[in-house]
Design a protein around this ligand. Structure first.
Ligand code: FES
Length: 157
């Protein structure tokens, strides 16, 4: 059964009061769930629907529209490598392959030790410093295969 911390529930209740329409609180609520659990499970949606008094279908619409919400579990280090135009031209796709090999994980899956997930994503807004990646909340630019592996290994989570 899904649970959120007391402070998480308190946060969502405050967000519900903050906006004219409670639908506006869906994004911050989803972020809060993801922050605590790493992803947003179907059980989490049921939980949110109940405490926010919003139909599950409306929460799911938001969850499924925005790719920044994880709809399945991810590793503690969630590595998102940009594979859009600039990054693709500068080796983004090869970087995904290299990272998957280095951490022994398939794209989008969680490594056996639960540490790493590598996914290819669309533009992360730093095209001039391609190739680049996001790991959890931090961004890393001008990468090569060695520097990317090093950054991920050194990162403490
Ligand atoms: S194309 Fe990679 S950050 Fe824009």
């Amino acid at each position: 059964m899904f649970k959120l911390s007391d402070s998480g529930i308190e946060f969502i209740k405050k967000e519900l009061e903050r906006y004219e329409s409670k639908l506006s609180a869906i994004i911050p609520a989803l972020y809060r769930v993801q922050k605590e659990h790493g992803w947003v499970s179907p059980d989490a949606v049921v939980f949110l629907a109940e405490i926010m008094d919003i139909p599950e279908s409306q929460i799911n619409e938001v969850l499924k529209f925005y790719t920044m919400f994880n709809q399945k579990p991810v590793g503690k280090k969630h590595v998102q490598v940009c594979c859009n135009l600039s990054c693709a031209m500068n080796g983004g796709r090869e970087l995904v392959d290299h990272l998957c090999k280095s951490f022994n994980v398939k794209p989008g899956e969680v490594s056996e030790d639960g540490q790493v997930t590598v996914t290819a994503v669309e533009c992360l807004g730093s095209c001039g410093t391609a190739p680049m990646m996001q790991v959890n909340d931090a961004y890393y630019e001008n990468l090569n295969h060695e520097s990317a592996v090093e950054i991920i290994k050194k990162l403490e989570v």
